[in-house]
Design a protein around this ligand. Structure first.
Ligand SMILES: [Zn+2]
Length: 269
């Protein structure tokens, strides 16, 4: 029997979700931990996330689990074990209907900016989406007495609090004011309108953090410092976000070739 158009759409999303996970592992944004999800293309009340395993090792739709956004409950009660932190994803999709993909990472390049008191700022034109300030969500401010203090987003109320941190002063808006939020002592979460844009933002968030760290360490070792660190201005943030968004297909095509050529990954979707 020929697959329907809907079958083909879902197959493409499965393939991109698996490839995106491999790309993020290849670029060290994810290691054995962290995850990429996508809103279901045929049912906006459901999202798709891999089972509880290292993202670089998933290889087929059997590794993917569908969850209800309402409460992060698996659609199939007999589904394999899922990630504890899946409420990061469900609550972001719930709060922002236009968000189609979410990534949560423990990137070691980014974590310092969640604890050091030095704000993460857009440093180069590829990361204008970071804006002039990136919110830091501190889980300690959201925890209730019964919550475990292991920094993990283990339930809906913690996920909801994290999702709200993207809203900034425009609290309650259906559009996040920010697309990246740092998580104190843990990592970061990124939102986007597609898997491809989300992967690109996660990779360039990590690259921006590395550039900023290099710039700051260069200042600290320089014998003569002639001025402050020059981050992107609001005008530059707006312009670069607009211009780079039109080029998202280019890195995706390259990154697919990289993971295929690496021989590390399999994708049967
Ligand atoms: Zn985590």
């Amino acid at each position: 029997m020929q697959p329907s158009d809907q079958d083909l759409v879902l197959q493409r999303f499965h393939r991109d979700l698996i490839s995106g996970s491999h790309i993020l592992h290849y670029h060290n944004v994810l290691d054995a931990f962290g995850h990429l999800s996508v809103r279901h293309p045929l049912n906006p009340q459901i999202f798709i996330l891999s089972r509880n395993t290292a993202p670089g090792t998933i290889s087929s739709p059997n590794d993917l689990i569908e969850y209800y956004i309402e409460d992060a409950r698996p659609v199939d009660p007999s589904a394999p074990t899922g990630f504890i932190e899946r409420c990061i994803h469900s609550e972001c999709y719930k709060r922002y209907p236009e968000v189609q993909s979410v990534i949560h990472s423990h990137s070691e390049a980014v974590v310092p900016y969640s604890i050091s008191g030095v704000p993460l700022r857009a440093c180069f034109h590829m990361a204008g989406f970071l804006g002039t300030n990136v919110p830091i969500w501190d889980i300690a401010d959201a925890q209730q007495p019964e919550d475990i203090s292991d920094l993990l987003v283990r339930n809906q109320h913690l996920g909801s609090s994290l999702a709200a941190s993207f809203s900034g002063i425009a609290s309650g808006s259906i559009s996040p004011e920010h697309v990246v939020a740092l998580m104190r002592g843990h990592g970061f979460t990124v939102l986007a309108g597609s898997i491809q844009d989300c992967v690109m933002r996660a990779i360039y968030t990590q690259k921006n953090a590395a550039i900023q760290s290099t710039a700051l360490s260069t200042r600290s070792t320089g014998t003569t410092v002639t001025g402050p660190v020059k981050y992107l201005s609001q005008k530059e943030v707006d312009a670069t976000t607009w211009s780079i968004a039109k080029s998202a297909h280019r890195p995706w095509t390259l990154w697919l070739r990289e993971i295929e050529a690496s021989g590390l990954y399999a994708n049967s979707a």
